[in-house]
Write a protein that binds this ligand. Sequence first.
Ligand SMILES: C[S@@+](CC[C@H](N)C(=O)[O-])C[C@H]1O[C@@H](n2cnc3c(N)ncnc32)[C@H](O)[C@@H]1O
Length: 359
Amino acid sequence: MWCEQWPALTAALLALSDAEAAHLNDDVPDTLRWLAGYLPEIAVLLPLIDIPVADQAAPPVPGERWAWEIPGRKRAQIEAFAGAVQPGGEGLIDWCGGKGHLGRLLGIAWQKPVHTLEIEAALCADGEQLARRVGLEHRFLERDALAITDWPRPGQHAVALHACGNLHRRLVEHGAGAGVSRFDVAPCCYYRGVEANYQPLSSAGQLQLTRDDTRLAVTETVTASPRQTRQRDRDIAWKLAFTTWRARVGDAPYKTFKPVPAPWLRGSFADFLARMAARENLPPPEAHHLAAIEAAGWQRQHDVMRLSIPRHACRRALELWLVLDLAEYLDTRGYEPRLRTFCDRQLTPRNLLLSAQRG
Ligand SMILES: C[S@@+](CC[C@H](N)C(=O)[O-])C[C@H]1O[C@@H](n2cnc3c(N)ncnc32)[C@H](O)[C@@H]1O
């Protein structure tokens, strides 16, 4: 295990205060600088993850009617995306666009016809109604992005805000073949559609990523309140308490377990452990051991929070590798790719914007 290979780093991690550990779990550049004191080679990631911020120019949209019903955070993401992109095609296709909010905003701002592709009939119906309210030529294609072959159309401008994994990869691969004039893609959930290993679109060199690696790229949370953070820490501590205890009394110490119903984690530790024991066919825990079992869980949570810091420090680099795979693919297909961030990561950590204009 890496802890044995880097004992000084391990000791320094385990000695971090709660506040230091929380900071290093959150601030990737600071973490890389801190880690470089023990692993100098990791500093090469610092300039690689320093991505330029897109200039923002709010699109000209008369009034508020376009934004009817959009929750605040989602609206802010859509406006930031729209402010970072330029028109670049004969019409727009909003790929996996839900109710088509992004397409609607850009269609009004640029006075262009819009198509939104979306698999969910109810979202398409709502989107059509919203488009009618603003009098926009906005059609919905209620289709499966993974199966459709006749969209996008040549010369279209394809936008995709948070189309997951294989949905954005499909757009890039298929859209380049179809002759899309411009792409603006903010990817997310890279692991969706990945089986055991990630299959690069480009000739991506030697790095091979597993599905778990692609999932790691998107595991951080940036929106938790202090109360949510305390609850998350307690969830982890209790689950680790359960596995520590199970290793002592059960016969399958490393077995995974089914998700724990949330209400079980909101009551007392004694009730939580009793329910888990009953569900997993283990003997009921003895009351006089409960405090020690819970304390063991908190100790493991303390260690896990600290020992996961090096892993978390690599998340942004992994994400960039995945996006650069798309960029390189587009480059080899005659596009000029460009990578920027379209908003602050507090608004969404999936804030990378890959734009590519056909040369
Ligand atoms: C994360 S949401 C993003 C929606 C929208 N772009 C936004 O930012 O508000 C992903 C959307 O993809 C749609 N979707 C999922 N699988 C799909 C598929 N196979 N074909 C088309 N749309 C799909 C979902 O229904 C959902 O509306």
